[in-house]
Design a protein around this ligand. Sequence first.
Ligand SMILES: Nc1ncnc2c1ncn2[C@@H]1O[C@H](COP(=O)(O)OP(=O)(O)OP(=O)(O)O)[C@@H](O)[C@H]1O
Ligand SMILES: [Mg+2]
Length: 251
Amino acid sequence: MVAEPHVQIEGLTLSYGPRAVVKNVTLSAPRNGILGIVGPAGSGKSSMLTCLNRTIELTPGASYTGTVRLDGQDVRSLEASDLRRRVAMVLPLPVGLPMSVYDNVAFAPRLAGVRRKTELDEIVERCITQAALWDEVKDRLDMLGTRLSGGQQQRLTLARALSTDPEVLCLDEFSIAIDPVTTMRIEAVLTELKERMTIVLVTNLLMQARRIADVTAFMLNGELIEAGPTGDLFVFARDKRTNDYLAGKFG
Ligand SMILES: Nc1ncnc2c1ncn2[C@@H]1O[C@H](COP(=O)(O)OP(=O)(O)OP(=O)(O)O)[C@@H](O)[C@H]1O
Ligand SMILES: [Mg+2]
């Protein structure tokens, strides 16, 4: 029996007002794998991500048809806050909350009712460690998160995303503002994390998809042109547009 995909997008069409920017996309993310999504600016990658945890519903004028399933369940049948705990999102630029490093990570667990200090300490250390940031901040957990460097803040954002113990982790161009060394550290972290969760990685860095995505999807003007095992796609894409893009001929 073929395992059911963890995340299944079916016939998704997303519009801002009358304008469709994601067009009838069907795509799935393999369980405990990394789905890479690549494509030129404006191809609808970020918009599509917002349907996975229904943050699209917070955008005025946006609407969608089609279905996103999490473990076979239509995400519209789930309670939004539950869904957003299960499907975490890391946005392109770090969004530090104006509070200490510790509180940034303890925020969501506290909201969820965790009160015991020892339990919070454990969550904070685990998540910051998973985000490859622990050694740099362990002695200054009381410092304002916004005082960290850009790359550290991005990893703090990742730690915060991990604090709800999500089963799906979506990252939208996480490395846009960070240096290559930090990027490689986070890539290594993601490769470890996928043992425990499913990762959807939108990236403008083709080589990043090539390095760590198990499956890569190529989007262009809102359409899914092609998706397949990363090695295959980069070596023999079926569609000329995929080939041209992956070869750096446009985008
Ligand atoms: N809130 C919005 N209201 C109206 N149009 C939007 C909104 N957000 C995005 N768009 C439009 O939708 C299209 C797809 O944008 P989206 O951000 O999803 O693309 P993307 O593939 O993530 O691009 P990039 O690589 O630049 O991040 C673009 O034409 C964009 O202008
Ligand atoms: Mg985007």
